[in-house]
Design a protein around this ligand. Structure first.
Ligand code: SAH
Length: 307
């Protein structure tokens, strides 16, 4: 899964109607604007420190661009932050550089979370953890992929009973160590679950449709649902404060509908239709609103996360 996704992201821009899938920042600017407002609020609550704003897996760079535009007028915010983009794909790094040209004087790219400046951390990751490799188990046995009679197949056969993601736990531990040592806040958004019976959530997507994960290796998007209960337990074990809700609830509380109304005021009829249908896509429980979850983690125990 790791090798397949590395190849997949390193060789294309997978987003949008002409690609394989579409993410929230590509659907509406409101998504990034509200996250910008939330991050700025958290930064004020941390006492307006000099801080690192870090994005994991930034795709086309659209989310960061919207965050920066929306926070332009927050006094001292831009002057107080350094931006670090963590991206393994050279193709997407190049795209992000293009998107963010002129957006901020101090933006640098890295391929891992190692060696971030030791300053309070403001971290955001949208649809990042779902792309990290998982393990699956059939009973006590790990399910592998084997080459048999000229084709790839799962072994042992049988129903998957459990899955986990050591890769996600490792990235999470890096975030938690930074938050614990330097202070700060992280916001993780992904589709996933919080407890309950989750078994086989591995999925492959190509051109907006599900497909077989063992064919077209490295040419399709492989993901798994994120286990938010595991991430939350890990954060709480470090003594950090967490909050968890759905994407729909998170964006509504931050004023998504008000922002859409404001955008509609200066829009044409067709733009209005586009603004409102995109908003519906982000908020509605039948679309992304309930499937996507938001986990916030902060070192600031005396301040509320706000949801
Ligand atoms: N956040 C973006 C893109 C989500 S797709 C959006 O919402 O549109 C996943 C992103 O994570 C891509 O940019 C991909 O190249 C990147 N990525 C995947 N695995 C990674 C890893 N191990 N380290 C850093 N980036 C990774």
């Amino acid at each position: 899964m790791e090798l397949c996704n590395q190849h997949y992201y390193a060789t294309r821009d997978p987003f949008g109607t002409r690609g394989d899938f579409t993410t929230a920042p590509e659907i509406s600017q409101i998504f990034g604007e509200l996250i910008g407002a939330w991050l700025a609020q958290q930064w004020l609550q941390l006492g307006s420190p000099k801080a690192v704003l870090c994005e994991l897996g930034p795709g086309r760079g659209t989310l960061m661009k919207d965050i920066l535009r929306a926070t332009r007028n927050v006094l001292q915010f831009h002057a107080s932050i350094l931006i670090r983009m963590v991206e393994t794909s050279p193709v997407l790094q190049a795209l992000q550089k293009q998107t963010l040209q002129g957006s901020h004087p101090d933006i640098a790219w890295k391929t891992t979370l190692d060696d971030l400046p030791s300053l309070p951390l403001m971290l955001v990751a949208n649809e990042f953890f779902d792309a990290l490799p998982i393990r699956q188990f059939v009973g006590d046995e790990e399910r592998n992929v084997i080459h048999l009679n000229g084709q790839l197949t799962f072994s042992p056969q049988g129903e998957v009973t459990r899955e986990d993601s050591p890769a996600s736990a490792a990235v999470m531990q890096q975030i938690l160590t930074a938050l614990h040592q330097q202070g700060g806040t992280a916001l993780l958004i992904d589709y996933g679950y919080n407890g309950g019976q989750q078994k086989d959530t591995l999925q492959a997507v190509r051109q907006h449709a599900f497909c077989d994960p063992l064919t077209h290796l490295g040419e399709v998007d492989l993901t798994a649902h994120v286990d938010f209960a595991a991430l939350t337990a890990q954060a709480q074990a470090t003594g950090l404060q967490t909050a968890y809700t759905t994407q729909g609830d998170f964006l509504r509380r931050l004023g998504a509908e008000l922002r859409a109304t404001a955008l509609c005021r200066s829009a044409s009829e067709s733009q209005r239709h586009q603004i409102l249908s995109s908003l519906e896509r982000l908020l509605s429980p039948e679309q992304m609103g309930a499937l996507f979850k938001v986990l916030a983690i902060t070192s600031s125990l005396e301040n509320p996360i706000g949801f």
